[in-house]
Design a protein around this ligand. Structure first.
Ligand SMILES: Nc1nc(=O)c2c([nH]1)NC[C@@H]1CN(c3ccc(C(=O)N[C@@H](CCC(=O)O)C(=O)O)cc3)CN21
Ligand SMILES: CC(C)C(=O)C(=O)O
Ligand SMILES: [Mg+2]
Length: 266
C-alpha cells in the first residue's frame, strides 16, 4: 500500500486540507513529484497528446497506459497512483474489468473512467472486486467529437442538474473519487459540498477538495502553443522542475491556485 491512501484523502477532505494531484508518466518524474509534495499521481491518457504528439486522447491504448503506470510505480515514493482507462475501455463491463485489472497489475491503486451515471454498475462491480474507481465528469476529452471541441460543460441549468445527479448516483454506486474538468466554479463547489468522497478539479475553480494539472502544462511546455485558461506555468518563479512542482503543490495546499483568472463562470 502507498503512504497516501483513500483514507488519507478522506481525512484531508474532512479537515478541508487540499489534495494535490499531478499527471505523471515515468519513474523519474514520479520520484521528483513525490519529493515535491504531490500526493496523487495521475497516469493520464493525456500521455497521447503530451508524450506521443497525437491531436487527441482517442488513439491511446491500454498497453500505453499500463506501460507508463508500471514506470510510474517504479519511481513512486508513497503517492496514490490513479490510472486512466483509455477511449472505449467502457465498451462493455467485461472490457472495463479486463483493462482495469491490467492497470492495477501494473501498479495503479485506483482507475479513472470518463462518463456519467451509466457507469454505476461498473463502479459497483469494480469496488466489489477490489478496484476503487474515480469518475471523470464535465469535459471528458474522450468525447471531444461528441462535444464538438474542448468546451466548458455544465453551463446551463439543465446540464448542471444532470452533472449533479450523475455525481450523486455514482457516489451511491460506490465511486471512490470524482474528477470535474472544465465546469463553472459554482457548480464544482456545489458538487464538492454534496459529495462525501474527494472531488478533484481541473478548470473547476478553487472549491473542489483537490486540484490536478497536466505536468507539461505547469512546466510551461506546449507542443501546439495553446494553453487552456486554467493552466498556470510554475517554472518562471521556481527556476527548476522540482521547484516548480513544489510551488504548484504549495499553491494548491495554500488555496492560492487556482486563482480567479483560472476559473470559468456559468
Ligand atoms: N496538455 C494538455 N493539457 C490538458 O489539460 C489536457 C490535454 N493536454 N489533453 C486532454 C485534455 C484536453 N483539455 C482541454 C483542451 C482545451 C481546452 C480549451 O480550449 N478550453 C477553453 C475553454 C473553451 C470554452 O470556454 O468553452 C479555454 O479557454 O481554456 C480545455 C481543456 C484538457 N486536457
Ligand atoms: C487532465 C486529466 C484530468 C486527465 O484525465 C489526463 O491527464 O488524462
Ligand atoms: Mg484523461
Amino acid at each position: 500500500m502507498p503512504d497516501i491512501t483513500l483514507t488519507t484523502l478522506l481525512e484531508h477532505k474532512a479537515r478541508g486540507e487540499k489534495i494535490t494531484m499531478l499527471t505523471c508518466y515515468d519513474a523519474t518524474f514520479a520520484a521528483t513529484s513525490c519529493a515535491a509534495g504531490i500526493e496523487t499521481l495521475l497516469v493520464g491518457d493525456s500521455l497521447g497528446m503530451v508524450l506521443q504528439g497525437r491531436d487527441s486522447t482517442l488513439p491511446v491504448t491500454i498497453e500505453d497506459v499500463a506501460y507508463h503506470t508500471a514506470s510510474v510505480k517504479r519511481g513512486n515514493r508513497g503517492a496514490l497512483i490513479v490510472a486512466d482507462l483509455p477511449f472505449m475501455a467502457t465498451a462493455s463491463l467485461e472490457e472495463i474489468y479486463r483493462q482495469s485489472a491490467m492497470l492495477m497489475r501494473a501498479g495503479a491503486h485506483m482507475v479513472k473512467l470518463e462518463g456519467g451515471d451509466w457507469l454505476c454498475e461498473a463502479v459497483t462491480g469494480l469496488a466489489q472486486r477490489g478496484i476503487p474507481a474515480c469518475i471523470h465528469l464535465g469535459l471528458t476529452p474522450q468525447s471531444v467529437n461528441v462535444f464538438g471541441g474542448y468546451k466548458v460543460q455544465g453551463r446551463d441549468a439543465e446540464a448542471a442538474a444532470r452533472l449533479k445527479a450523475d455525481a450523486q448516483a455514482l457516489e451511491q454506486a460506490g465511486a471512490a473519487m470524482l474528477l470535474l474538468e472544465c465546469v463553472p466554479g459554482s457548480l464544482a463547489a456545489e458538487v464538492t459540498a454534496a459529495a462525501a468522497v474527494p472531488v478533484i478539479g481541473i478548470g473547476a475553480g478553487p472549491d473542489t477538495d483537490g486540484q490536478v494539472l497536466v505536468l507539461h502544462d505547469m512546466l510551461g511546455m506546449s507542443l501546439t502553443g495553446f494553453t487552456p485558461k486554467f493552466v498556470r506555468n510554475f517554472m518562471p518563479e521556481a527556476g527548476s522542475i522540482e521547484g516548480a512542482i513544489a510551488a504548484y503543490a504549495d499553491a494548491v495546499k495554500q488555496g492560492r491556485f487556482p486563482a480567479p483568472e483560472h476559473e470559468f463562470k456559468a
